[in-house]
Structure formats: C-alpha cells, structure tokens
Design a protein around this ligand. Structure first.
Ligand code: SF4
Length: 172
C-alpha cells in the first residue's frame, strides 16, 4: 500500500494535500475489500506518517457519484465503510470524508458518526449472513440500476422472470 501511495502515476501532491486514486483497501475484521475513488491525505500534526513523505497526514476519502444525492443513506454508509477499512489499514481515526455528486457539482461533507458506523456494522453482518446462507435477496429494478457499477453482476432484469420452480410446476 505504501508503494502504491508513492506511485507517481497514481499520486500527486498539491500544497498540503497528497491525492491518490484507485487505492485498494481491505478490512479483515469487517470482511470487506474495495477501492477508493480518491483518497486525500491532509497535512496535520495529529495525523499519521506516510512512507516516502515528510510530515503527518490525516486520510480523507472521497467517493464520486453520478447524478444527485439519494434519498437513503447508502452512499454515506459506503464512504464510512471505506474509512473503517482505512482506519484498520493505517491504524488511525478518520472523522470525515466527502461525497461528490455530479449534480450539484460539489462536495458534501460526511461525518463518520457512531450511528453511521453502526449502520455499516449491521449491513456487513446482514451481508455475511446472507452469503453464508447462499441466499440472494430479491431486488426491485429502479432508475438507479442504470448507473450502478455492479449491474452486470446483479442483473436486476432477471427478477422479472418467474422462478425455475414455478416454470417447472407450470410446464410438467
Ligand atoms: S443493479 Fe442491483 S445492486 Fe445495482 S442498484 Fe440495481 S438492484 Fe441495486
């Protein structure tokens, strides 16, 4: 990770901020892995040291989203999960990050409160439980599916089809 953070192709420094893109992240305790869109390191005496850089820095994750903010809390929870992965990897505390929406084109600050962290713990627990049971929850196809990054895996259009069991019952 330190090598990647110092990769000139992925990392640059602007003033007191180091900006890195596409960093792989992981939490063993949460059982999550993923990639940060953009991770900034803000120079701060209370921060952590980074291999190859002088000074101390506080990590600040930023997630880019198409379109407008959603009605539910899922984007904030995703960002908080990223912060929780980073905290485990970098042995630090991350208090806030930002979501950047295409509309309006600006950052929205997100505080990683105890409530939001609890939401992440609960979602992670539920996800692992479903995975262990081998159960794929039914999904409802909505407009947001068009811009979803995992739509090829989720294939929500298949939900319109009747189940194999129903097909067999009707046709045998
Ligand atoms: S494609 Fe699947 S995961 Fe993505 S928004 Fe639609 S239902 Fe959710």
């Amino acid at each position: 990770m330190h090598e990647r953070a110092h990769n000139e192709a992925l990392t640059e420094k602007r003033g007191k901020v180091i900006i890195t893109r596409g960093m792989n992240i992981k939490s063993h305790s949460l059982g999550l892995s993923g990639k940060c869109d953009v991770l900034e390191f803000h120079e701060n005496p209370n921060g952590i040291t980074l291999f190859g850089w002088e000074g101390r820095y506080l990590p600040f994750p930023i997630e880019y989203k198409h379109g407008e903010p959603k009605e539910n809390n899922c984007d904030a929870a995703q960002l908080c999960a990223q912060a929780m992965c980073l905290e485990e990897m970098l042995c630090c505390e991350i208090k806030q990050g930002a979501l950047y929406y295409g509309k309006p084109r600006r950052r929205e600050l997100i505080a990683f409160t105890d409530e939001l962290r609890q939401e992440v713990y609960e979602a992670v627990e539920q996800m692992h439980l479903l995975y262990m049971k081998g159960y794929t929850p039914n999904v409802k196809r909505t407009k947001k599916c068009n811009s979803c990054s995992i739509k090829e895996l989720c294939v929500p259009a298949l939900m319109k089809n009747p189940s194999v069991k129903k097909y067999l019952e009707e046709n045998l």
